[in-house]
Design a protein around this ligand. Structure first.
Ligand SMILES: Cc1cc2nc3c(=O)[nH]c(=O)nc-3n(C[C@H](O)[C@H](O)[C@H](O)COP(=O)(O)O)c2cc1C
Length: 346
């Protein structure tokens, strides 16, 4: 069924195909049985995960289909990026598909319906068995990025199982500058202070880009520890283009995801795990299209993994397939729980 669906969707330009897939997903779950295995279950930052495979941010931007995504097999879903006000994003076309390379390039620029509409979607939630993350980012024309994040984190806090502060999209001008030490400390300290009166403190993750100098990651790690942030999501899309990529990919601006991102995001994941040794939680994302690649990230230090691009290339059956492969791979290595595999490759 996936093959037919994928070839049909490929007849449309990528953004239209995405919109159609969201509509289909509203009905699809009855066709799926979620694969479950106790070896895949973990409790992390106080949340129970049935499996470690999550839908990455950007797919369900407006919190419309996260329950369908739980049903087709995902262990958790990160919705967003949501901004305070609705926003059109950058001019179209702004998503490009490269089938041969299993890659996407996007320059969407946080197109979304804004936090109020988003929270309407979240409040329709009936399934509380799988964690829901809310990924937040500023409006393009805002006067002050930190004000936007503060508004969002306070509005989203009570409805999210965890919150991701996205400072790594390449498609909002100057956003990535927040990854610099001084700017990041100002952001994090403000966010943490703004939540101090909340009775329950929800875990916060910071989503980072894979394109920084290695010493910048050390600065980030120090801040994460200083402000008791739960962990890092590694990584967002890359703006770098390796020499071996096709001329089409190399000349197209935007954030590159899918297969060409695997090596780069793995390098940063490994670097960060070597420095943190399990003291913070790492979520590995970038280029995963199989159980083997998901397992590779887990062995490099990811407690959880996420994917997006491969879902658009392979369809919904991919998620159960990855989880089944993870069980086989972990058993083969003699692990009784997937958590025993975290960082075991280093
Ligand atoms: C079309 C598209 C839109 C995305 N939008 C967002 C977004 O809004 N927020 C975000 O944090 N990441 C966004 N991402 C990045 C993904 O969450 C993920 O980090 C990246 O695609 C790498 O994973 P993948 O190789 O499995 O796709 C987007 C990716 C794609 C392909």
């Amino acid at each position: 069924m996936d093959n037919l669906l994928i070839s049909l969707l490929r007849k449309f330009e990528p953004e239209t195909a995405h919109d159609i897939s969201i509509k289909l997903l509203k009905f699809a779950p009855i066709l799926f049985n979620k694969f479950r295995h106790e070896l895949l279950e973990q409790e992390i930052v106080g949340l129970k995960f049935q499996n470690p495979v999550g839908m990455a941010a950007g797919y369900d931007k407006n919190a419309e289909v996260f329950e369908s995504l739980f049903k087709i097999g995902f262990g958790f879903v990160e919705c967003g990026t949501v901004t305070p006000l609705p926003q059109y994003g950058n001019p179209k076309p702004r998503v490009f598909r490269y089938i041969e390379e299993s890659a996407l390039i996007n320059s969407l620029g946080f197109n979304n319906k804004g936090i109020n509409s988003f929270l309407n979607g979240v409040q329709k939630r009936t399934d509380f068995d799988s964690p829901l993350g809310i990924n937040i980012g500023p409006n393009k024309d805002t006067k002050n990025f930190i004000d936007d994040y503060t508004i969002l984190i306070n509005k989203a806090h009570d409805f999210a199982d965890y919150i991701t502060v996205n400072i790594s999209s390449p498609n909002t001008e100057n956003l990535r500058k927040l990854q610099d030490k001084t700017a990041l400390e100002e952001l994090i300290s403000n966010l943490v202070a703004s939540l101090k009166d909340k009775k329950v403190q929800k875990p916060i993750f910071i989503k980072i880009n894979p394109d920084e100098e290695s010493n910048n990651y050390s600065d980030i790690i120090n801040l994460i520890s200083k402000y008791s942030i739960a962990g890092l999501i590694i990584s967002n899309t890359t703006i770098q283009r390796e020499q071996n990529l096709s001329p089409q990919i190399r000349k197209q601006d935007g954030g590159l995801s899918g297969k060409p991102l695997l090596k780069k995001s793995n390098e940063i994941l490994e670097l960060v795990f070597r420095e943190t040794q399990g003291s913070i939680i790492l979520i590995g994302v970038g280029g995963i299209s199989s159980g083997g690649e998901a397992y590779q990230k887990i062995k490099l230090g990811a407690s959880l993994i996420q994917l997006y691009s491969a879902f658009t290339f392979q369809g919904p059956n991919l998620i159960n397939k990855i989880n089944k492969e993870l069980v086989q791979l972990a058993k083969k290595d003699g692990f009784n729980s997937i958590s025993e595999a975290v960082g075991s490759g280093l």
